[in-house]
Design a binder for this molecule. Structure first.
Ligand code: NDP
Length: 451
């Protein structure tokens, strides 16, 4: 049996259940890298696939904390340290009830290749907890974060593993986590990125993933000889960190983002979303998007629960460019059919793995250009690495310097992905280009470092 096929089959037979998100992510990478593995037997000789599929370690710990009514609560915390061939483990922390080992294995695995694609010295990791910050008071979030870091601090360090934010972990949570690390260790060091600027955070880190996504898309449109985003209708899902700064950058380029969404519903405002209002609702009030209608009664709010299960209202809206920025598997085969029918030109992923495998296959068979997350949303981790660099040298950079470096990084990442796809005979396939280029850099480092 051919090598890659045998690896997928043995994975299917292993304890890794077929319907896991981890298997979904792994299968995509293995299929993509076939031309590289076939061309160079060194990777098989060094068992790189077996080695890269297994995390270096997964730490799982109990987090006990007390809510405002003096009830003792118990959550589970995790950190998966996947691969450090290129540098310290690096990847976000997610606080969401859906967090479990499978989700973190998928996110940690993807992070290896994303970090590799940035060309920066960072390995791959991920972590988090099934704790839900929603509906909790600031004090409760603080108590949880402090309890979480009381365990996590044993496993991280500026040269070991440097976590950041992700779903449910923003500047507030990072601040509490950093404060607790400092208290326990009496050291003031860059063990987290995405910190508020007043204690070592990089300027432009909040903007980085969304801005980077749009820089990547701009470059891809140029390479593929398509019209730029100016005056084009764009759809965005999500209304968190990534979605907000995606919308902000779209406006700065003269595009018209008309949607945003949350886990409960979608806002469609055909004049263009009022971003200041979204920021106020989501970041200050931590409220529901339906509140948008109080200011703009003629906009539409569609509840997710009123919609068929395997599809999402955002992808019904005709657009030139679509940016899924909420969560994994939020853009299905049915959604892909709608985007293709409505003659969408490009889909670029801001969230991690938001499109299902079936949706991606449909895009590849159509004229829709598809930018996969591990390349298109790498701007966040790139600026996190800039933050590590600023912390290590105790020298903050200006916002302009960070933004210029971010743009340069995303343009060159896009060029590299496109060039690699061409080199391996899959011109225009940014999924294969990203997987091959990301895999090759890590695999070559692993071989050079020995077993
Ligand atoms: P936030 O927590 O700031 O926002 C998440 C958004 O997604 C919210 O609008 C949330 O809605 C929505 N959402 C979450 N879960 C679901 C769900 N099951 N169904 C529908 N909507 C959902 O997270 P981020 O913006 O930071 O992250 C978004 C995505 O981007 C994630 O996939 C993350 O891994 C990825 N990412 C983030 C980076 C970063 O720098 N922050 C870097 C690279 C990738 P609600 O408000 O109702 O919860």
């Amino acid at each position: 049996m051919p090598y890659i096929k045998s690896k997928i089959e043995s994975l299917k037979r292993s304890n890794c259940a077929l319907d896991t998100t981890f298997f979904q992510a792994v299968e995509e990478v293995l299929i993509s890298i076939k031309p590289l593995i076939d061309a160079d037997p060194t990777y098989a000789k060094h068992s790189i696939i077996d080695r890269i599929l297994t995390p270096d370690r997964m730490v799982k710990f109990k987090v006990t904390w007390m809510d405002d009514k003096q009830n003792i609560k118990v959550n589970t915390g995790y950190r998966v340290q996947f691969n450090n061939a290129l540098g310290p483990y690096k990847g976000g922390l997610r606080f969401h009830p859906s967090v479990n080992e499978d989700i973190l294995n998928f996110l940690g695995f993807e992070q290896i290749f994303k970090n590799s694609l940035t060309g920066l010295p960072i390995g791959g990791g991920k972590g988090g907890s099934d704790f839900d910050p929603k509906g909790k008071s600031d004090f409760e979030v603080m108590k949880f974060c402090k309890a979480f870091m009381t365990e996590l601090h044993k496993y991280i360090g500026p040269r070991i593993d440097v976590p950041a934010g992700d779903i449910g972990v923003g500047a507030r949570e990072i601040g509490y986590l950093f404060g607790q690390y400092k208290k326990i260790t009496s050291t003031y060091e860059g063990i987290l990125t995405g910190k508020p600027h007043m204690f070592g955070g990089s300027l432009m880190r909040p903007e980085a993933t969304g801005y980077g996504l749009i820089y990547f898309t701009q470059r891809m449109l140029e390479i593929e000889d398509k019209e730029p985003l100016k005056d084009k209708i764009c759809t965005v899902s999500g209304s968190g960190n990534v979605a907000i700064y995606t919308i902000e950058k779209l406006y700065s380029l003269g595009a018209i983002p008309v949607t945003c969404s949350c886990s409960k519903g979608m806002i469609y405002d055909k004049r263009g979303i009022d971003l200041n209002l979204i920021k106020e609702i989501k970041l200050q009030r931590r409220g529901c998007l339906e509140g948008y209608l109080e200011t703009y009664p003629d906009a539409s709010y569609i509840k997710i629960e009123d919609y068929p299960k395997n599809t999402h209202p955002v992808w019904d809206i005709p657009c030139y460019a679509a940016f899924p920025c909420a969560t994994q598997n939020e853009l299905t085969q049915e959604d892909a059919k709608k985007l293709i029918k409505n003659k969408c030109t490009v889909v670029a992923e801001g969230a991690n793995m938001p499109s299902t495998t079936e949706a991606i296959n449909l895009f590849h068979k159509s004229t829709v250009m598809f930018a996969p997350a591990k390349a298109a949303n790498a701007g966040g981790v790139a600026v996190s690495e800039f933050e590590m660099s600023q912390n290590a040298s105790m020298t903050p950079w200006s916002a302009q310097r960070v933004d210029e470096k971010l743009k340069e990084t995303m343009f060159s990442l896009c060029d590299n992905v496109s060039r690699t796809a061409k080199e391996y005979g899959v011109t225009g396939n940014y999924v294969d280009g990203a997987n091959i280029a990301g895999f090759k850099r890590v695999a070559d480092a692993m071989i050079a470092e020995g077993v």
